[in-house]
Write a protein that binds this ligand. Structure first.
Ligand code: NDP
Length: 459
């Protein structure tokens, strides 16, 4: 039998790679992890965590305004952006330390540098060559930007989390998760935000009611929604950038941020030379066991471009370790994965949007409620939310649940359990609401939205 330096070498110490490595280590495997930047990965260092910390703080001015409705008088609100970025960075340092400890406690060796694949069992890092029975690629993704003249003047979400001064004016390009979240963050802290994108409303692929609601609410909060328009050219100016749009208009700003998607980080990794098959955008093609076309090379997380969410990467890492190192075969479940967008207001969603449910099930029942959060009744805040259930008419199973509004992410996590357990509309109806909450709407919706087919027939 061949002898290797390690049982497992993981390239990339993000959520998926760290979970797989430390579990493999705890099951007795000899493991090494190679990381180019810092242990923690996108979610901890450049994504979910710092983003959500900035989201929390960005709500404060609106909360202070709302406080007036409850009799509070707050004078002289001011903000220290540098203090915020320093506090956020201290928290990231703490989390990085935790990730390092987790690996050390599982006896995982750590290497710093760019790991590249030499062959099916060999990885190079710096001037070292390490061999392993198996290699796990967990290098995640990286922001991509279109080839627009002057694109070198644009920043991505990576830099947007690190700016030492808050831009007074920022153009955000794109209308996916990252674009709407950062537009909300900067708007909340007081920047003038232009959200520029090619679709007619934000969040393509989400339920249409959710898209309409968020697009309207973002505009109400002061974000300038520039739909069906894109930058044609970006010019550097003394104070920032001048963005020339394809409709002939011009926007001057301090920063322009692109959030036009992310791509698997596979360029230059040596995968193709080792025989690993890549798919769209350079994603590593894997089977249900996260195994690539080369049997000793596995991949988890965003680099496989299945569902690009941290908890999914963690599930893929965990199931890989269980299968390979604990003799407990399991594959990650990619069905009915709940997710949230930390826009303002936030979105929580699980299951299918209406258009996909209609394609899949044909006959569906749709229940929709628009609401004004009770929290705002004494205030001048006009924010409205939405709750929506989609039910397969034949089985009566709830196949989609969507919410826009305060605490949507927290609420949908619980609804996600019910959907995962195949709850029917009758199960929802049999559940007693908690009053007064927004969440109770999910168990009290009784009126179906008229079926578009019947409405058409009546017209
Ligand atoms: P998304 O895929 O969500 O959105 C990409 C956006 O960029 C879309 O609006 C798309 O437009 C637009 N776009 C793509 N190409 C071009 C182009 N050439 N010119 C102009 N516009 C373009 O990507 P994000 O970068 O927002 O996020 C990446 C992934 O990260 C998400 O898919 C998600 O999985 C994950 N994520 C999850 C979060 C969460 O769970 N809260 C938060 C942040 C990220 P169009 O709609 O017209 O195609």
């Amino acid at each position: 039998m061949a002898s290797y330096d390690y049982d497992l070498i993981t390239i990339g110490a993000g959520s998926g790679g760290v979970r797989a490595s430390r579990m493999a280590g705890s099951y007795g495997a000899k493991v090494a992890v190679i990381e180019e930047v810092r242990e923690g990965g996108t979610c901890v260092l450049r994504g979910c965590v710092p983003k959500k910390l900035l989201v929390y703080g960005s709500h404060v001015p609106e909360e202070v305004e709302d406080a007036a409705g409850y009799g509070w008088k707050v004078d002289g609100l001011s903000h220290d952006w540098g203090a915020l970025i320093d506090a956020k960075n201290r928290e990231l340092d703490r989390l990085h330390g935790i990730y390092v400890k987790l690996l050390e406690n599982a006896n995982v060796d750590r290497y710093h540098g760019r790991g590249t694949i030499v062959d099916a069992h060999t990885v190079a890092v710096g001037d070292k060559r390490l061999t392993a029975e198996r290699i796990l690629v967990a290098v995640g993704g990286w922001p991509t930007m279109p080839d627009v003249p002057g694109i070198e003047h644009a920043i991505s979400s990576n830099e947007a989390l690190e700016l030492r001064a808050r831009p007074d004016r920022i153009v955000v390009v794109g209308s996916g998760y990252i674009a709407v979240e950062f537009a909300g963050i900067y708007n909340g802290y007081g920047s003038k935000v232009d959200l520029v994108f090619r679709a007619d409303k934000v969040l393509r692929g989400f339920d249409e009611d959710v898209r309409d609601t968020l697009t309207d609410e973002m505009a109400k909060k002061g974000i300038n929604i520039v739909a069906k328009t894109l930058p044609e050219r970006i010019e550097k100016t003394a104070s920032g950038v001048r963005v020339h749009m394809n409709d002939g208009s011009v926007i001057d700003a301090d920063q322009i941020m692109y959030a036009t998607g992310r791509a698997p980080n596979t360029a230059g990794l040596g995968l193709e030379a080792a025989g690993v098959e890549l798919g769209r955008n350079g994603a590593i093609k894997v089977n249900e066991w996260s195994q690539s076309s080369v049997p000793s090379i596995y991949a988890v997380g965003d680099v496989t471009d299945r569902i690009n969410l941290t908890p999914v990467a963690i599930a893929e890492g965990r199931t890989f370790a269980e299968t390979v190192y604990n003799n407990n075969p399991m594959s990650a479940d990619h069905d009915d994965v709940p997710s949230a967008v930390f826009s303002q207001p936030p979105i929580g969603t699980v299951g299918l949007p209406e258009h996909e449910a209609r394609d899949k099930y044909g006959e569906i029942d749709v229940y929709v409620a628009g609401f004004r959060p009770m929290k705002y009744t004494l205030t001048e805040n006009t924010e409205r939310g939405l709750q929506k259930l989609i039910v397969d008419r034949a089985s009566q199973r709830v196949v989609g649940a969507h919410m826009v509004g305060v605490d949507a992410a927290e609420i949908i996590q619980g609804i996600g359990i019910a959907v995962k357990m195949n709850a029917t509309k009758a199960d929802f109806d049999a559940t007693v609401g908690i009053h007064p909450t927004a969440a109770e709407e999910f168990v009290t919706m009784r009126d179906k939205r008229p079926d578009p087919k019947h409405v058409e027939a009546a017209d």
